[in-house]
Structures are given as structure tokens and as C-alpha cells.
Design a protein around this ligand. Structure first.
Ligand SMILES: C[S@@+](CC[C@H](N)C(=O)[O-])C[C@H]1O[C@@H](n2cnc3c(N)ncnc32)[C@H](O)[C@@H]1O
Length: 268
């Protein structure tokens, strides 16, 4: 299993902070979640999403949050385990059949970290989806790439970091656009696609966006291996210019979020 790109001691906190119940409920209901379902939350991170999904399947449903990080699972068990919510440490590069069968599989902001094997991971997940069950895949497109108001050199450096992450860290900034065709190839039925703005940032920067984006810079950009030759003092110069650009209320940033849902054929 490759190292997770955003690995840091603050990662459970970053994931929990950016998880909003209303957004999640809208997305999950759009995808077809209903009370009573058995749900797998794959790459559950902090566990907050799993607990929210569990609310949506009451009465009678249950959620298993699955992640490979013992550290994030410890956070999840401490904060979010309870009736109808459990957590399992598993690597989704390996068979998951021991977990049982699910009516609804939720995979949000996970596949983009697995550019090369993402399709194979989806195939693996279909093994634990019950016939007639729903698969919901949600990822970003043009991830971290859509800004206006930055300098030419900052733009070059951001593009360079993202290319480096694609080539060296298995990250896919364009994963969102692939989801529909993969579901089509896998023979899923009743496929639906939704497109929304995940980030839409203009004007004063709020604390959550500030923390989330500065973590992206400090963890992913710093570790990317990109040389930051545009800056005399390398990464530190880049980080400072990014911080100033992002704090400027004139800056405009958006990221498209693509959600795709499909049903496994009952004959499968
Ligand atoms: C960005 S987080 C997902 C956040 C969460 N799904 C949400 O919507 O907020 C990606 C998660 O995938 C987990 N992950 C990465 N590789 C994995 C693997 N091979 N098997 C299981 N989980 C993995 C990471 O530990 C991390 O917690």
C-alpha cells in the first residue's frame, strides 16, 4: 500500500473540520441512501462521515467505516463509534469480502489518491456490494488547479506541484471526470451524475478554508519533490506567497465536485 499523500498528525482533524452534515446528507440522499441500509464508508478517515451516514439509515441501518490508518481509526472509534456505527482497519487493495455485503457503498475523496489503481479498487469494492446495491463515488476535478488572482510564478509552481504529485505520488487531480465512464464500463445501472462547486472561495477567507488549504501546502506541496526554483528560498517562499494570495479577499478559487452513483445489476 502506497503512503497516503496527506499523512500528518493533523489529518483526522482536517477531515473532520471540512465535513458538513447538510452537504453530506444532500449528496447521500441524492445517491439513494434510505433507512435500513447496510452501508460501507470506504476510506472513512476521521469517522465523522460514517456517523452522519448512520443517522441517515436509521431506523434499522448500520455503517461500517473502513480505513487503513490505525491512527485515524483510533480517532474515529473514540469520537464516533456507537449503535449502528463500527470501524474496521482494512486495505482496499486487498479483498474485503470478510466485511460482508452492503446495500450502499460510499467512497468520497478517496480514489483521487490512487491514480494508477483507482479502477481496480472500484472493481474490488463491487465484490462487497449486494446485487441491487448502490455504489456512490465522489471526487474532485481540476483539483487545486482553479484559481484567479495569483502571480505567474505562483501559477507555475502550483501546476508543477500537481504534475509532480501525479507522477510521483499517485495523485489524480482529474479523477472526478473518470467516474461516470468507469461505472458505465462496469455495467452499473441507473447511473446518475451530479456536478457542484466543492470549493467556491472569494472574499474574506474563513478559518476552515484557511486551515484546509494551508495543510495542503504544508503536507502535500512540501513533500511533493517539486524544486520551487521560482523562489529564492524555495518551498518557504512558495508557501508564503500562497498564504498571501489565499488571504487576499480578491482571490477567486473553485473546485468542481463530481458525484456518480449507480446500481449493481440484480443478476450480477
Ligand atoms: C481524504 S481521506 C477520505 C475522507 C472521507 N472519505 C471524507 O469524505 O471526508 C482518504 C482516506 O483514505 C484512507 N486510505 C488511503 N489508502 C487506503 C487503503 N489502501 N485502504 C483503506 N483506506 C485507505 C486514508 O487513510 C484516508 O483516511
Amino acid at each position: 500500500m502506497a503512503e497516503y499523500l496527506m499523512e500528518s498528525e493533523q489529518e483526522a482533524e482536517r477531515l473532520a473540520l471540512k465535513t458538513d452534515f447538510q452537504r453530506l446528507a444532500d449528496q447521500a440522499r441524492w445517491a439513494g441512501i434510505t433507512p435500513g441500509m447496510r452501508v460501507a464508508d470506504i476510506g472513512c478517515g476521521s469517522g465523522k462521515t460514517s456517523a452522519f451516514l448512520a443517522e441517515l439509515v436509521q431506523p434499522g441501518g448500520r455503517v461500517v467505516g473502513v480505513d487503513a490508518s490505525e491512527q485515524r481509526l483510533a480517532h474515529a472509534r473514540q469520537n464516533y463509534a456507537g449503535p449502528g456505527v463500527a470501524f474496521e482497519c482494512r486495505d482496499f487493495y486487498r479483498p474485503l469480502t470478510g466485511l460482508g455485503q452492503f446495500d450502499f457503498i460510499w467512497v468520497r475523496f478517496v480514489l483521487e489518491y490512487h491514480r494508477i489503481q483507482a479502477f481496480a479498487i472500484v472493481q474490488n469494492l463491487l465484490e462487497i456490494l449486494a446485487p441491487g446495491g448502490i455504489l456512490c463515488l465522489i471526487d474532485l476535478d481540476y483539483n487545486c488547479l482553479s484559481h484567479f488572482g495569483q502571480s505567474e510564478r505562483l501559477n507555475r509552481a502550483i501546476g508543477g506541484v500537481m504534475r509532480q504529485l501525479e507522477e510521483e505520488a499517485d495523485f489524480d487531480p482529474y479523477l472526478g471526470r473518470k467516474l461516470y465512464s468507469w461505472m458505465y464500463d462496469l455495467g452499473l445501472e441507473q447511473i446518475g451524475v451530479d456536478l457542484q462547486a466543492h470549493h467556491l472561495i472569494y472574499g474574506e477567507l474563513n478559518d476552515t478554508d484557511a486551515f484546509n488549504w494551508l495543510q495542503k501546502v504544508q503536507v502535500a506541496a512540501r513533500e511533493s519533490g517539486y524544486p520551487f526554483n521560482e523562489y529564492e528560498n524555495g518551498f518557504d517562499g512558495f508557501a508564503e506567497e500562497f498564504r498571501q494570495f489565499f488571504a487576499d479577499p480578491r482571490r477567486f478559487t473553485y473546485t468542481p465536485l463530481i458525484a456518480c452513483r449507480g446500481r449493481k445489476p440484480t443478476g450480477a
